[in-house]
Design a protein around this ligand. Structure first.
Ligand code: 13P
Length: 284
């Protein structure tokens, strides 16, 4: 077990009716808590950094830290770049030893999304690094009421097979009603659209915007075949609340507050691993 490319595990998840979470981490306490949960739950997982972090001067050190933690945990863990904004960020992640990268060309016209994704696949494939792309566009939850009603950005099923044939990506994010961040209004998933897409392709499919859905919505999406679910906002909010609560106490100090953040991530990620069914699947 240890640091792995996640594709085989996503295929096992799709076949086995569970999903593997991608957890975005931003600093070491959240990362520690995430690895604590992965170790305790014996779950395959993806620990990811958002694209803006890869441009920071300490990106190399943070990547080295995550890779070391992944190598030591007794469960398969991918270290992934999330939402690479351009080819250069993906190449940097590859050079830093990430096992998987996402190139997000979802705001581009499809032809350009294809050509840029192909550049990333060409660099990643010879090194055995997994590549995710996004087709359709998962928007921001703050604008949800506007775009969901108009089904803006929802993936056109007709475009999926040609996109996969043209790019050869290992797994694909599709848009069917989720959004990134805190929802304004209740999210509604178009699971019929998702199931239709899933019926057309073999590659694992990805749901972004995993915060703010009900447990029933997660369960239904996984039953429909979602193999990877990205989660960030809920964990950030949970850790922030825990830190504020701890900080309000008289005995609070740097160490107790950072421990509160670590524990909040551990509990939050542990809950996700149980809910998505990946707990106990380290050997699958
Ligand atoms: P949330 O922040 O809504 O959980 O979405 C995370 C995500 O999709 C990252 O790729």
């Amino acid at each position: 077990m240890s640091l792995v490319r996640i594709k085989d595990h996503l295929e096992a998840a799709r076949a086995g009716g569970y999903a593997i979470p991608l957890i975005d981490v931003f600093e070491m306490q959240g990362a520690r808590g995430t690895f604590d949960a992965i170790a305790e739950k014996q779950a395959p997982a993806i620990v990811a950094v958002y694209a803006h972090l890869i441009d920071l001067p300490d990106a190399e050190a943070f990547a080295a830290y995550l890779k070391m933690m992944a190598e030591r945990v007794a469960a398969p863990v991918s270290v992934m770049l999330d939402h690479g904004e351009n080819v250069e960020q993906c190449l940097k992640a590859i050079s830093l030893g990430f096992t998987d990268v996402m190139y997000d060309g979802s705001k581009l016209p499809i032809a350009e999304n294809v050509s840029k994704t192909l550049e990333v696949v060409a660099a990643a494939r010879p090194l055995g690094i997994g590549v995710e792309a996004e087709l359709g566009h998962v928007g921001n939850a703050a604008d949800y009421a506007d775009f969901a009603a108009k089904r803006q950005g929802f993936t056109d099923p007709e475009s999926v097979v040609p996109f996969l044939e043209a790019t050869g990506v290992d797994y694909l994010a599709v848009a069917f009603g989720t959004a990134h961040g805190v929802f304004k209004g209740d999210p509604q998933l178009d699971l019929e659209l998702f199931k239709h897409i899933a019926s057309l392709v073999d590659v694992p499919l990805v749901m972004h915007g995993g915060s703010g859905l009900t447990d029933e919505q997660f369960t239904a999406a996984i039953a429909a075949g979602v193999a990877k679910i990205n989660v960030a906002t809920n964990l950030v909010i949970g850790a922030s609340k825990a830190m504020k609560k701890e900080a309000a106490g008289d005995a609070a100090n740097l160490f107790t507050i950072s421990t509160a953040a670590r524990k909040a991530y551990k509990d939050g990620v542990g809950g996700v691993l149980e809910l998505f069914g990946s707990a106990g699947k380290a050997a699958a």
